[in-house]
Design a protein around this ligand. Sequence first.
Ligand code: AMP
Length: 177
Amino acid sequence: MTPESIARLSAGIRDVPDFPKPGILFKDITPVLAHPELWDIAISALIETAGDTRIDKVVGIDARGFIFGAAVADRLKAGFIPIRKKGKLPYQTFEKAYTLEYGEEVIQVHQDAIAEGENVLLVDDLLATGGTAAAAAELIDQLGGNLVGLAFLIELTFLKGRDNLPASVPLHSILSY
Ligand code: AMP
C-alpha cells in the first residue's frame, strides 16, 4: 500500500463530533464504502495484513466489522463468521460481556462457527478501547480457533486498546489517529 493511497483513504474518513454521545468523535467510514477506489484500498490493505498466512475463517464484529470482514473473507477465499450483539443469532451460542467506549455490550457467536485449530483473522472497522476485540478474541479461543491476526481499518491510539489484546497475536491498523 503506498503512502498516497493511505492518505486518500484517511481523507475519506469523516469525523462526526458528539456522536452517539457528547465527547465522542465518531469516525464515519461510510464515505469510504461509497467510493469504489477507497473501498478497494481499504480491503486490499486489510488483506495485506494476513501476509502469507492461510486464513480459514474471517471473523467480523457487528455491525461495521461485517462489511469489511465479509469483503476480506471473499478475497481470501475464507469463510466468514459473524460475531453479533446478543439476541440476533438463531442457533446455540457462546457469549461474552464487555465494556465499550460508550456503554456495555454482550456479543455472541454460534457454537459451531469455527473448527478446532482453524486459522482465524479478526477484522473490525475501528479499535477504540479494545473491549470488543478482546471479547471476540476470547470467543474465538473458546471455539478452539487459532487467532493469527487482528486487522482494523482505524486505531484510536490514545485509547491504548492494543494493551487489552493478546500480545502474541499480530495487530495491524491501516490508519491511526
Ligand atoms: P472498543 O471496544 O472500545 O474498541 O470499540 C470498538 C467498537 O466500537 C468498534 O466496533 C467501533 O465500530 C465502535 N467505535 C468505538 N469508538 C468509535 C469511534 N470513535 N468512532 C467510530 N466507531 C467507534
